[in-house]
Write a protein that binds this ligand. Structure first.
Ligand SMILES: C[S@@+](CC[C@H](N)C(=O)[O-])C[C@H]1O[C@@H](n2cnc3c(N)ncnc32)[C@H](O)[C@@H]1O
Length: 409
């Protein structure tokens, strides 16, 4: 790709990457100390109350949560065990230096818009910088970092567990069906010549499954949390149910039962490497606007025109939706198809970093798409959750917009 980064961009990127690794490595300490606070609170109670709670198994529960956190930590440390594959040189200064406490010193680049449509944090954007390489050794993951890491665990459930099947059926299946319908005249054996792009691909399941249908498919993603995690599951996991995680042990609120909170989730539910022979499936790291919004590089075979673009819970990550839609339109070949599914939870709304944010209504987005040169069809509303805990006492349902749009202009 021909996008150029100046030195400070590259440096900043590297620092940010190192900070994400540090966040993974500090997960255990951070989460155990949060659980330990509950333990301390318990001991502040009158003895009689402690005894009552003990008969309910409260103390045992706290111990079991510690054990689950350690299991999660083991999994997360495997995810970041070979970060050099990302080409970042992690010197000794980048090694996690376990902090004794956690401050709110933020160091995010724009690379990590919250991976989940997380309600409590969906509008939180903390993007100040950490002052340069000298601070690397001292980086202390923030609550915001840890929230993203916990969201990443839930993203594994959505994309790679049997538990996530219902959500995937609601979101990914209609998109795959629309793709198959649009290219129904292409025999299955020839689908490899149809090039499909999935921007904001998260942990890559939709892109993987599209490749599984025989299409050439490229996922694009810029969050280091997502990239490290998708690399691990796609390239370093060779057994179904190889890993067990406990994504629901971090909050004691809205919990129906001990069993619901402690339930293990095994991943992956399918063998990620189990793709048809010769299929072309790739993931490209970087900013969607930078990679697909600039002139195609003739030396880069994956750049150029796409036959289909699938956006799932993605278009509302735009600061400027006009630019996103223009890029989608420009990247498509004549007659190409854009399949969209998702809500409009504008990620940059109310940001604290002076980033511009344009927030349109659904009607406005569709009018904009038509003006840019799309014919919208197959419209519907799909009710779906997003990384929701199906056994919790709180659940958000999105009335997500779905459409198939063909390039006409
Ligand atoms: C709400 S998540 C949806 C993930 C996935 N499509 C799914 O349905 O599970 C949005 C994703 O888009 C990614 N993203 C946001 N802005 C991006 C950009 N400019 N370039 C590439 N990826 C981006 C985020 O990191 C996040 O993983």
């Amino acid at each position: 790709m021909s996008h150029s980064h100046d030195v400070s961009d590259a440096e900043e990127e590297q620092i940010h990457f190192a900070n994400v690794i540090t966040t993974f490595k500090n997960y255990a300490q951070y989460s155990l100390s949060a659980n330990n606070r509950r333990r301390k609170d318990f001991f502040t109670l009158p003895k009689a109350d402690q005894d009552l709670l003990t008969t309910l198994g409260y103390k045992t529960k706290l111990d079991q949560v510690d054990t689950a956190i350690l299991a999660n930590a083991d999994f997360l440390s495997q995810v970041v065990s070979d970060p050099e594959i990302f080409g970042h040189d992690l010197g000794p200064g980048d090694e996690a230096d376990p902090p004794s406490d956690f401050d709110l010193h933020a160091a995010h680049s724009h690379n990590d818009v919250s991976p989940g449509h997380s309600h409590s944090h969906g509008h939180t954007h903390s993007h100040s910088h950490d002052g340069g390489p000298r601070n690397r050794r001292r980086y202390k993951p923030t609550d915001f970092d840890m929230d993203k890491l916990r969201s990443t665990l839930k993203q594994f459930v959505r994309d790679w567990s049997a538990e996530g099947r219902e959500e995937r059926e609601a979101c990914y299946k209609p998109m795959k069906d629309a793709l198959l319908l649009h290219f129904s005249d292409v025999p299955a054996a020839e689908r490899g010549r149809v090039r499909v792009l999935v921007p904001g691909t998260g942990l890559g399941r939709l892109a993987h499954d599209v490749a599984g249908l025989g299409f050439t498919c490229q996922g694009n993603e810029f969050s280091h949390y997502m990239l490290l995690s998708s690399h691990f599951i796609l390239n370093r996991t060779n057994k179904i149910n190889a890993h067990t995680i406990y994504p629901y042990v971090h909050s004691f609120s809205n919990v129906v039962s001990h069993e619901a909170m402690m339930r293990p989730i095994t991943i992956p539910d399918v063998l990620p490497s189990d793709l048809p022979d010769g299929v072309n499936f790739s993931l490209v790291a970087g900013d969607f606007e930078e990679i697909y919004g600039t002139e195609s590089d003739p030396d880069e075979p994956q750049s150029g025109k796409w036959d289909a673009i699938l956006t799932c819970f993605f278009i509302d990550t735009a600061k400027n939706i006009v630019n996103y839609l223009r890029i989608i339109h420009n990247s498509l070949a004549p007659g190409g198809v854009w399949v969209n599914m998702g809500p409009l939870l504008w990620h940059w709304e109310n940001n604290t970093t002076n980033d511009p944010s344009i927030e349109l209504s659904l009607e406005e987005v569709k009018a904009l798409a038509r003006t840019i040169g799309f014919h919208i069809s197959n419209e519907r509303t799909i009710d779906t959750t997003y990384t929701s805990n199906s056994q919790g006492m709180l659940g958000y349902v999105y009335h997500a917009a779905f459409w198939t749009a063909t390039k006409v202009g």
